[in-house]
Design a protein around this ligand. Structure first.
Ligand SMILES: O=c1ccn([C@@H]2O[C@H](COP(=O)(O)O)[C@@H](O)[C@H]2O)c(=O)[nH]1
Length: 477
């Protein structure tokens, strides 16, 4: 069962939006658990919390840092604690993981060995960091949008109160995963902050944090954070309540207070909002799925990228990555193949290095011999400019990844022509447009492309993968 369904089922069965932080914090341990053996005391306390609350919460949230701080016994305690949580209750591991290099292995460990359902992530390493977690279809992530720590305001409110960074994080992270896969972690005592995030992300689950640290106006927080259906907001059980001997009664009292507010809130609302992705089904691009997959595996990036010419573009395409994803690579080959089958040629040539794997794949598919013009000629050995066998006079179809100015592909084609070969057609995956095909034509080549960059950008925007700002940056280019 996917995280989202598991969470909603527990919310409905336990009639609760409350979650408990299962943290072995030695500074918070109630005196009745302070034995000479700290680990035993912490474990007994954690078991008490689970036993007292499992019928009244929708999720548990162990904080990895508290367990790590206890060393190896702490990690053993984490495994024991995770195993003690009833299977039907979702576990959100609060890791605030933020390291790109360890993201894949960390996702594998927490999801397949520790069997947690969701994990909190820091947003700073961007979608590349989130993607390895989202390849687990039944799991989810929560992106840390803001914290209530006073000194963090200088960063989170940057550059100004009208357009603060934490709202940029919300807007941006909505492009990284669906509402079922990606929720938001919001630490705040300020209902206005929560309200601004809720209005920007009406469809997301918000995991509230730190709401009890301020004056604790629960009603304001609920009004700001609940979605129009009176849910979508996970509320932490206050830390000081977790030390109470009457934890079960206290939590039920809090649950009733929240549910009373929710039912009044739903009653007052005259309509409900349903979130739909902005997809135009009728005008679906024939390569829509491929465009999405290329974006999701990081082949199409948005930002400021300096090109070989020195110009800055709002995107960069790195098709070299497809070789690491055979399923996407196969689809890319099929798209090239469709064009090549309409052309007449004796040999295929790939432009090094990026297009050599593509040309090799196409050569095998089309049963057509391949050659390639070297990028640099070796000072030793055969000193060949063209690798592979050919006969002067043969027609070569040239394959490359992307046309920007057309310079690199034309340089390759010229080397082939110098060796007595004929080049009529150049087939690329992406055409940057802006007249580059005309430039090829002026030099005697007929350019063909699977996709244009505007088709890619418009499709990604239509499907919510890129935002209005990214679309505008592209259009203004
Ligand atoms: O987004 C991009 C832009 C460029 N490349 C690399 O450059 C050449 C194409 O540039 P020309 O100006 O047409 O020579 C392309 O073959 C890539 O090697 C890129 O990969 N992605």
């Amino acid at each position: 069962m996917i995280f989202f369904d598991k969470l909603n089922r527990t919310i409905s069965e336990n009639q609760s939006l409350l979650f408990v932080g299962l943290d072995p914090n030695p500074e918070m341990i109630p005196s009745r658990y302070q034995s000479s053996d700290m680990m035993t005391g912490l474990e007994t306390w954690l078991q008490f919390m689970i036993a007292e609350t499992s019928d009244f919460v929708c999720a548990y949230k162990p904080t990895l840092g508290f367990y790590e701080a206890l060393g190896v016994p702490g990690l053993e305690l984490l495994i024991k604690t995770l195993k003690s949580i009833p299977k039907h209750i979702p576990i959100i591991l609060d890791a605030k993981h933020g390291d790109l290099n360890t993201s894949s292995i960390f996702a594998q460990t927490v999801f397949t060995e520790w069997l947690v359902d969701a994990v909190t992530l820091s947003p700073y390493t961007g979608q590349d960091h989130v993607a390895p977690f989202l390849v687990y279809p039944d799991k989810a992530v929560f992106i840390l949008c803001c914290t209530s720590n006073p000194s963090a305001a200088i960063l989170q409110q940057y550059p100004n109160y009208n357009s603060p960074l934490y709202l940029q994080v919300v807007q941006e992270s909505k492009n990284w995963g669906t509402p079922e896969q990606l929720g938001l972690e919001v630490g705040t005592t300020n209902a206005e902050v929560l309200k601004s995030i809720r209005s920007l992300a009406p469809e997301r689950i918000i995991m509230a944090r730190s709401i009890w640290a301020g004056d604790g106006n629960l009603q304001q927080i609920l009004a700001a954070g609940l979605n129009a259906n009176g849910d979508g907001l996970l509320i932490p059980v206050p830390q000081d309540m977790l030390g109470s001997v009457n934890l079960s009664e206290d939590i039920q009292y809090l649950r009733t207070e929240i549910n009373q507010f929710r039912s009044d809130f739903i009653h007052d609302a005259s309509s409900c909002d349903i979130w739909f992705p902005d997809i135009d089904v009728k005008n679906k691009h024939p390569h829509q799925d491929l465009i999405l997959q290329l974006f999701d595996i990081g082949c199409i990036m948005f930002g400021e990228f300096v090109q070989a010419s020195g110009a800055t573009f709002p995107y960069y395409v790195d098709l070299r990555k497809i070789i690491s994803n055979p399923q996407v690579f196969n689809q890319v080959l099929s798209a090239y193949e469709e064009i090549l089958r309409t052309l007449t040629f004796d040999r295929l040539a790939g432009i090094p290095y990026g297009s050599l794997p593509t040309a090799t794949g196409l050569s095998l598919r089309l049963h057509c011999p391949m050659i390639f013009p070297r990028k640099e000629v070796k000072a030793h050995g055969t000193r060949r400019v063209i690798e592979g066998n050919f006969h002067p006079g043969e027609i070569v179809a040239v394959v490359d990844d992307i046309l920007i100015s057309g310079k690199s592909v034309m340089e390759g084609a010229e080397k082939l022509k110098s060796a007595g070969l004929k080049v009529n057609d150049i087939v690329v995956f992406i055409d940057h447009e802006q007249g580059v095909k005309d430039r090829l034509q002026e030099n005697g080549y007929h350019g063909h492309s699977v996709l244009t960059i505007s088709e890619i950008v418009n499709t990604l925007h239509q499907l919510g993968r890129i935002n209005d700002r990214q679309l505008l940056a592209f259009k203004d280019n």
